[in-house]
Design a protein around this ligand. Structure first.
Ligand code: UDX
Ligand code: ADP
Length: 480
């Protein structure tokens, strides 16, 4: 029986291994992590991450060929294939701070693999890492190998949170990069055989190591670039009276461009886009390519601009001050169908409003109060460090209350900011909400999900990203 071990039981490792276990009953899969609380949760009825369809898959295979454990060394030493899916945050200090990936977790995982291995291993990079990390890892492993053969593969993950299980069931492609030696090719084939249980062969692409590593960064940079492109257009739409949804629809009808990933929003978030682009920028700079670095940096700058623009819109519409005013924030996760808040635009928007002394009442169906308080008091780039390495009780931000209902959040509020596109926000009783708010009552829709006309009929002043402006808003320009 082939044995797989995955180091890191997070958003990537957990769902990916659960699906491998489901699709390959003949393979034993162990997911290991240094975090006791995370592993306890994976073994309980309350999984540590919210992901539609995940619970069903885990319950089908847990205890059969899918195991979650903190006994990292035992499972690593027994495995034939080891996936490494530990976090790779942005460095917060030292060389490359604010840009380069912090490979501390990766390096310690690699050293541990070298220490405990007694048989040949295939080591698979699953977390996004800078190009040429595989080479560094290879060096750590071979210099400590005691005669054991380690083959390094890069097998980047393209799943998106909220749709992870579907993405894993039907991937557009699976990418496997490895060495062009006979041993490297053999390792590629072994991993290919795993995926071939459910993925058609022609969708499994094999490349050299560096192409696979760079493809992941490139794919995320291209995706984020589309959002920054449409968000940049949204500012121009507001200035000219065009409607960004109509523009995006018309542009996306060109089959060379395509319709997906053209939704204007308050900004992109998530654990990948910003981190991977910062990484790309750093790699370009290190390779003497400042023009290329600046080109990609702009994608992040436009994203920051979009978040600032949103805050300015809110403040300027409300007579240039939100000081002491209650603002309801609906949605805190970086997108719907996840409880993940890493790099969510809600953090910057809330901090911006708090900077103007607003009182925030936040509701998100999947994010806990503790997480929100942690996010709002955390330093930039600390977000991707495991919770157990963060301060135990962050000082809570006093002007913030977290409630468990949209009606409670909006009661007596002056304005509502919709920051995540949860489906339930589309069907709220907005008349009831309006009746319980201060007047004039504002809705700032950062995800373009509400029916503007209906809300205006009720009496709201409505702002949606990139849409023709209410006359009220036109008279109160948001100067960035
Ligand atoms: C992304 C990539 O899609 C995935 O392939 C990669 O492996 C990891 O990074 P994820 O971050 O989970 O996945 O979510 P994604 O659906 O890409 O959304 C990222 C952000 O962009 C979200 O904040 C989302 O709201 C925003 N977004 C997305 C838009 O603002 N507009 C769009 O049209 C699409
Ligand atoms: P991702 O979104 O990439 O899956 P997460 O932060 O959700 O990232 O998961 C990474 C996991 O890796 C965390 O649960 C963390 O505790 C774990 N981890 C980090 N370093 C190690 C290590 N050396 N051994 C085992 N697990 C580790």
């Amino acid at each position: 029986m082939v044995k797989i071990c995955c180091i890191g039981a997070g958003y990537v490792g957990g769902p990916t291994m659960a699906v491998i276990a489901l699709k390959c009953p003949s393979i034993e899969v162990a997911v290991v992590d240094i975090s006791v609380s995370r592993i306890t949760a994976w073994n309980s009825d309350h999984l540590p991450i919210y992901e539609p369809g995940l619970e069903d898959v885990v319950m089908q295979r847990r205890g059969k060929n899918l195991f979650f454990s903190t006994d990292v060394e035992k499972h690593v030493s027994e495995a034939d294939i080891i996936f490494v899916s530990v976090n790779t945050p942005t460095k917060t200090q030292g060389l490359g701070a604010g840009k380069a990936a912090d490979l501390t977790y990766w390096e310690s995982a690699a050293r541990m693999i070298a220490d405990v291995s007694k048989s040949n291993k295939i080591v698979v990079e699953k977390s996004t890492v800078p190009v040429k990390t595989a080479e560094a890892i290879e060096k750590i492993l071979t210099h400590n190998s005691k005669g054991i053969d380690f083959q390094i593969l890069s097998n980047p993950e393209f799943l998106a949170e909220g749709t992870a299980i579907q993405d894993l069931f039907n991937p557009d492609r699976v990418l496997i990069g490895g060495r062009e030696t006979p041993e490297g090719q053999k390792a590629i084939q072994a991993l290919k055989d795993v995926y071939a249980h459910w993925v058609p062969e022609d969708q499994i692409l094999t490349t050299n190591l560096w192409s696979a590593e760079l493809s992941k960064l490139a794919a995320n940079a291209f995706l984020a670039q589309r959002i920054s492109s449409v968000n940049a257009m949204s500012a121009l739409c507001e200035a000219t009276g065009a409607d960004v949804a109509q523009v995006a629809h018309a542009v996306g009808k060109d089959t060379r461009i395509g319709p997906k990933f053209l939704n204007a929003s308050v900004g992109f978030g998530g654990s990948c886009f910003q981190k991977d682009i910062l990484n790309l920028v750093y790699i370009c700079e290190c390779n003497g390519l400042p023009e290329v670095a600046n080109y990609w940096k702009q994608v992040i700058k436009v994203n920051d601009y979009q978040k600032n623009r949103f805050v300015n819109r809110v403040v300027s519409s409300m007579f240039n001050t939100v000081s002491g005013k209650k603002i309801a924030v609906l949605g805190f996760a970086f997108k719907k169908d996840t409880g993940d808040t890493r790099e969510t635009p809600a953090i910057d928007v809330c901090k911006g409003l708090l900077g103007d002394k607003a009182h925030l009442s936040i509701y998100d169906p999947q994010v806990t109060e503790d997480q929100i308080q942690r996010d709002l008091s955390m330093k930039k780039f600390d977000w991707d460090h495991p919770i157990h390495l963060q301060p135990v009780s962050p000082t809570s931000v006093k002007q913030v209350s977290v409630v468990w209902d949209a009606y409670e959040a909006t009661k007596d509020a002056h304005g509502i900011c919709i920051l995540t596109e949860w489906d339930e926000f589309k069907s709220l009783d907005y008349q009831k909400i309006f009746d319980n708010m201060q007047k004039p009552a504002f809705v700032f829709d950062g995800r373009n999900i509400v029916n503007m006309d209906k809300l205006r009929e009720i009496g709201f002043i409505v702002y949606s990203i990139g849409k023709p402006l209410d006359s009220w808003l036109k008279d109160m320009p948001a100067v960035a």
